[in-house]
Design a protein around this ligand. Structure first.
Ligand code: ITT
Length: 203
């Protein structure tokens, strides 16, 4: 089975590859195609955007495609940045710009009110008219400063209580075991396994 990862985000590709590594599936990425398109995220929910990306790339490549749309939902900001997480500080902004804006918006918010969650919706367009979606979330809280250098995006400001660390202070394996994307991918693995002819052994 061939499965195209419908994303141009190298950080996501690294995490998704790591989690689907042991499946008998050939993972293709944007690097395997000429003029791999950037699908416009015009939806108003993570689910709509995940489906838009999976379907757009499945149509472009002719293969099954898996897309992830993720966002950070901060309680004190009524769920923002949410579906707009990648461009919170404006179009063309960097991860650092987004974190700077978030920490600014959260200035003065007391410790007990800094709750947040990462949410991922994964859509798989099987290329035969069927589309499936699965979801994963993880709860944490927003720090008052950047901590750690690993991971990407909002990882340096997302404190994960059970580990006593931010996601950027955790290794990729530690993060993948508990993260929104990790949890969504465990569900996605099941769907992929069901499609594999003859089935496979899952851990
Ligand atoms: P694609 O659409 O090409 O997949 P993207 O970066 O635009 O890549 P999203 O639309 O899902 O991805 O945007 C989500 C943003 O949320 C992303 O740019 C990061 O800033 C942040 N984000 C997503 N997953 C994250 C993670 O595991 N840790 C920290 N931040 C994350």
């Amino acid at each position: 089975m061939q499965l195209v990862l419908a994303t141009n985000n190298k950080d996501k590709i690294r995490e998704i590859r790591n989690l689907l590594d042991d499946l008998q599936v050939t993972i293709l990425t944007c690097d395997d195609f000429l003029d791999f398109p950037e699908i416009e995220e015009t939806g108003t929910t993570l689910e709509e955007n995940a489906i838009l990306k999976a379907s757009g790339i499945s149509e472009f490549t002719g293969y099954a495609a898996l897309a992830d749309d993720s966002g950070l939902e901060v309680d004190a900001l009524d769920g923002a940045p949410g579906v707009y997480s990648s461009r919170y500080a404006g179009s063309g902004c960097t991860y650092a710009d987004n974190n700077r804006r978030l920490l600014k918006e959260m200035e003065g918010v007391p410790e007990g009110k800094r709750g947040a969650r990462f949410r991922t919706v994964i859509a798989i367009d099987w290329g035969d008219g069927e589309i499936e979606t699965v979801e994963g979330t993880v709860d944490g809280r927003i720090t008052t400063e950047n901590r750690g250098v690993d991971g990407f995006g909002y990882d340096p400001v997302f404190f994960y209580e059970p580990a006593g660390k931010t996601f950027a202070e955790m290794t990729l394996d530690e993060k993948n075991k508990v993260s929104h994307r990790g949890r969504a991918l465990i569900a996605a693995r099941e769907r992929i396994a069901r499609r594999l002819i003859g089935g496979i052994e899952l851990e």
